[in-house]
Design a binder for this molecule. Sequence first.
Ligand SMILES: [Mg+2]
Length: 228
Amino acid sequence: MSTLAGHSVSPAKARLRGVVFDMDGTLTVPVIDFPAMYCSVLGENEYNRVKAENPSGIDILHHIEKWSPEKQKKAYQIIADFERQGLERLQIMPGAAELCGFLDSKKIRRGLITRNVKESVDLFHERFGVTFSPALSREFRPCKPDPAPLLHICSTWEVQPTEVMMVGDSLKDDVACGKRAGAFTCLLDEKGRYDSPHLANLDLQPDFKVSSLTEVCSLLESKFDLTP
Ligand SMILES: [Mg+2]
C-alpha cells in the first residue's frame, strides 16, 4: 500500500463503542469491608488459610459453592448483611458522573457487571440518577471472572468484544473477565495496591491502569478512535 507523500501515517487506533463497569469500588466508593465479610463467612482460621493461598484475592462465591445447602444459606445471609450495611453508606465514585457525561457526548454505550445483587444495582441507579444498560448482577450466572456476562452485553449491543473496554478495581474479577472475553481492560487502582512486586509477576495484566476515573476520559481520547 502506498501513502501520499508528506502525510505521516500513524497506526490506526482501535475503535471503542462501549464501556462496561464494575460497580462496587469502581462506580461506587468501597463501603463493603470485604476482609471482615470473608472472615465472618469462613471463620478466622479458614480465612487466613484461604487468604494465604489466594494472594490476588478471595472468590467467596466460588469458595462457598461446594458447601452444604445449610452452610451456604448461612454464608449468603452474612454476605447479604454486609451488603445491606454497605448500601446505607453508598457513595458515587469521584469522576464517575463526569465520565458518564463524556461517554454520552461521544455516544459510547455504558454497561455494568457486578457480583452484587440486583437490589443493589437498582438502588445505585435510583440514588445517583445514571443508568447503565445492560446492568448484570449476581443473578446472571456464571458471574465474573467468567466472560459470559461481558459477552452477553456485547451481543446485546451488537458490538465485538474488541470494541469494548471493561473497567474495574479487581484484577481477578474485572480484568480477568475482560481479558477472557477479548475486550480491552482498565484497572482502577486508587491506592496502588496492585503495585506490589509479587502482583507484577502475575500473568494477568490489564491493558491500562488508572488511579481515578477522572483519568479515563483522557485515556479514551488518546488511545481510542471514539467516532460513532
Ligand atoms: Mg469492585
